[in-house]
Design a protein around this ligand. Structure first.
Ligand code: IMP
Length: 424
């Protein structure tokens, strides 16, 4: 049976830990969107990693890790990450790179800086937006282009000609050469050339033979390019609704869809965040939850759980179970607030606004629940959780009409309470 791990908020929900945990039982792990903007924290045999490109399957021998066609790949990051994992494992992980995945080029990062999207949107400045934009404009370079040097150089020359016309004053752009970029790309890509192939077909075959296939989502529903808080979003589809397209399988059916949400909310970058806590309460959560970005080190904005936003994410991800992470961080709070509705222009609404201008005007309507005192980080049974913690989880499960499948009470894999989530 296949499983998908999907973010329900603005990313950073703790998907890395969950996919790493589930990957040990998988035959294939597929990352299907985004690129090195993602930072998945994984603790493998006591060693902490922040993975950006390689799926969590790479930590287990015999598990095929697939970088699917919906991703954008930075070969320099991939090479570094790959060699770190090879050293850690003492062997090479099994990888398959989709031939149609687009590559992040040195000029994509330059463009983000020249255009200032790092400031206006608060992007991770990893070249994600410009790479996806080139894909849509049909001027992108794909993994398959690495297999033919003259074709690669020809495409790069055409792309550079357009860039020079657009940025005649930018020295960094004018200095680029197609031959140099091709040399650099091919040197980074050397170990991966034999691993480039038809990922869609490989995934289809694995699914057809009943293998356990795990889909590892990156970012979260509220960062989806179409259904997130546009324009303060990433450039790919981050939700289950986008998965079939990202892997090129029309009749995809994934039985287990795990919607991952923190027990509170965080967001990095710009954009409205109705339940954001400013001042000491926000700083407290930031410190308690070590809320600093894995990719950029930026402090994350923190706030209470937002059921209105989670309901929107539920429609997009269609979760069959919820994975609640960082519940332990809330221990010690006397009261916990949960946003059940927004007040917008004097009216109470329970739907998530499409316009960020409206979302920015929304004031949260809170319900207050009891907190709990006892340390929960060593608990492994749901029934052992304090009553108030169970009430908090039940409230969320009822509000979204999705059962709780898993509760994470600490960063390492063993600090997990599984609640009978059906994994086939
Ligand atoms: P980009 O994906 O680098 O273009 O950034 C666009 C927006 O998505 C910014 O607000 C980023 O902070 C956010 N973002 C992208 N990837 C992640 C992630 O993995 N976790 C959290 N936020 C992310």
């Amino acid at each position: 049976m296949a499983t998908a791990v999907l973010g329900m908020q603005w990313g950073d929900e703790g998907k890395g830990k969950i996919t790493h945990l589930l990957a040990r039982e998988a035959k294939m792990v597929v990352r299907f969107n985004g690129g090195p903007n993602a930072g998945h924290t994984v603790i493998d045999r006591g060693v902490k990693f922040g993975t950006h490109q390689i799926p969590a399957g790479a930590f287990y021998p015999g598990v095929m890790s697939v970088l699917a066609g919906g991703m954008v790949i930075d070969l320099a990051v991939l090479r570094d990450e790959y060699s770190t994992i090879v050293k850690h494992l003492g062997g090479e992980p099994e990888l398959l790179i989709a031939d149609n995945a687009h590559l992040i080029m040195p000029y994509h990062r330059l463009l983000e800086d020249l255009e200032g999207s790092g400031k206006t949107i608060g992007t991770t400045r990893r070249g994600i937006g410009p790479a996806y934009r080139d894909r849509a404009a049909r001027i992108g370079i794909r993994a398959i282009d690495l297999l033919n040097r003259s074709r690669l150089e020809k495409k790069l020359s055409a792309r550079l000609a357009l860039l020079r016309r657009a940025w005649p004053q930018a020295e960094s752009i004018m200095a680029l050469s197609a031959a140099d970029i091709a040399d650099e790309l091919l040197s980074f890509a050397q170990p991966f050339l034999p691993l480039i192939g038809d990922a869609s077909m490989a995934i289809e075959q694995a699914m057809a033979s009943g293998d356990e296939v795990l889909f590892e989502g990156a970012q979260g529903a509220l960062l989806d390019v179409d259904y997130g808080t546009y324009p303060y979003v990433t450039s790919s589809s981050t939700v289950y609704a986008g998965l079939p397209h990202a892997i090129g399988i029309g009749n995809l059916s994934v039985g287990n869809r795990l919607g991952v949400t923190k027990a509170y909310t965080t967001r990095v970058g710009e954009g409205p965040f109705p339940t954001e806590l400013v001042g000491e309460d926000g700083s407290w959560l930031q410190r308690a939850g070590s809320e600093f970005g894995v990719t950029t080190g930026r402090p994350r904005r923190c706030g209470w759980l937002d059921v209105v936003a989670l309901r929107h994410a539920t429609r997009l991800n269609a979760p069959t179970g919820l994975a609640i992470t960082k519940l332990d961080i809330l221990t010690g709070l006397q009261e916990i607030k949960v946003c059940r509705a927004y007040r917008l222009r004097g009216r109470e609404i329970t739907t998530f606004p499409t316009s960020v201008e409206d979302l920015a005007l929304c004031e949260p309507v809170y319900e207050t629940l009891h907190g709990w005192e006892d340390d929960i980080s060593n608990l492994r049974e749901y029934a052992d959780l304090p009553v108030a913690a169970r009430e908090y989880l039940n409230m969320l499960s009822n509000a979204l009409d999705v059962p709780i499948a898993l509760v994470s009470v600490g960063p390492s894999p063993e600090k997990t309470i599984m609640t009978g989530f059906d994994r086939g």
